[in-house]
Design a protein around this ligand. Sequence first.
Ligand code: ILE
Length: 450
Amino acid sequence: MSQQSGIGQDQWKTRLGFMLAAMGSAVGLGNIWRFPYVAGESGGATFLLVYLAFVFLIGVPLLLTEFSIGKAGKMDAVGSFKKLAPNTKWHLTGIMGVIGGILILSFYSVVAGWSIFYLYQYVTGAFWTEPDGGFGAAFDAWITNPLAPLFWQALFLIVTMVIVMRGIGSGIERANNILMPGLAILMIFMAGYGMTLDGAGEGLAFLFTPDWSKLADPNVYLMALGQAFFSLSIGICGMLTYSSYLKEKDKLPAATVGVGLMDTLFAVIAGVMVFTAVFSFGVEPTSGPPLVFIILPSIFESMPAGGLIGVVFFVLLVMAALSSALSLLELPVAYIHRTLGLTRKAATAIAGSIIFVFGIAASLGFGIWSHIQVNGNNILDMMDNLTANIILPLGGLLMAFFVGWYLTRDKAIQFSEIESPLLQNIWLIIIRFVAPVVLLIIMVTSLLGI
Ligand code: ILE
């Protein structure tokens, strides 16, 4: 079949390249920055169990649904829906995805910018010893500063844009071929190091010994679902866009399971890395988003060779953020490229600029715009909650309805490329019934604030 989207002429060179890129999209700040603090606030091991159940029962089948739409549609998020369902409103799912991707990258690049700044502080040795007033005060002073964070955020976006401008095979695929193996090595090293610390066992117990009574807390389910969607990058059509660049012969099911497994493994390794350190230094695991920017630096300071460990940690955080940001940027780039008929470079420049402008708001929300709050959430928290708890699950729900109910059964199965009749049926039951019911219950509960 010929490619219809101009940008779609570009393809992954190998299936492994696609898998690494999809894993790169999945494994990100969500695993290293978000997972530990959400797990810490929502019950540790109990949260992990619910999270694992959601990833494999709902996340992986929905990821396959999203991949199927992209591979069959062979176009950007909006174009693929238009092609598979002409003259319907289904493409609005793609538009919501593009908006979601822009919003996520807007705040993602703020946190990624902090990470590069911290890396710089470790490389120069500035954070090897505790700054005056402690790491908490240093972090507060940093995020409330109106200008400096914007510089690092812009730097991160520029690197992301330069790679995306080079295209799929020579840009995104090549970058992930380096980023993902590098990230795996650094994270395994850090988790291994964490396990050698005194008191590491307590951290492992926090992560792996569930407190069953916490299962009664509905918030655990909402947080676990939001985290599963965020971590697997489901529901915003970034994965859809990536799968549209697959060659016909590269099959989806095994790649999907591979991405789900690797993403979970990376989250667990990140959990081990963070919680062994947190517990061995007697710190509360419930310290929220600043966990990796305040708690970890003070822990590194009291460790032998902690400065170097800090360098390694922030290198890996930046690598993880970059590999995910590539997919978040490719999503609007592919759409803008096709609809406005621009070159990839021009489309990237436009998407990157829009994202930077939104990101300015997220960054200033910590400082001069910190009075803009809803329910105690600042601008970045609002963007995070809106995307992780609403846009992503809603996108996933719509895609489940699209493939499960709008497409015919035969088409759905053909697009999914599942061969075993048993697995075909299980997958269909999940995307037709199980996923929608679970998603609706959790979304309604959270909207009603029950
Ligand atoms: N999945 C990634 C992460 O976990 C991003 C989230 C892309 C949407 O950080």
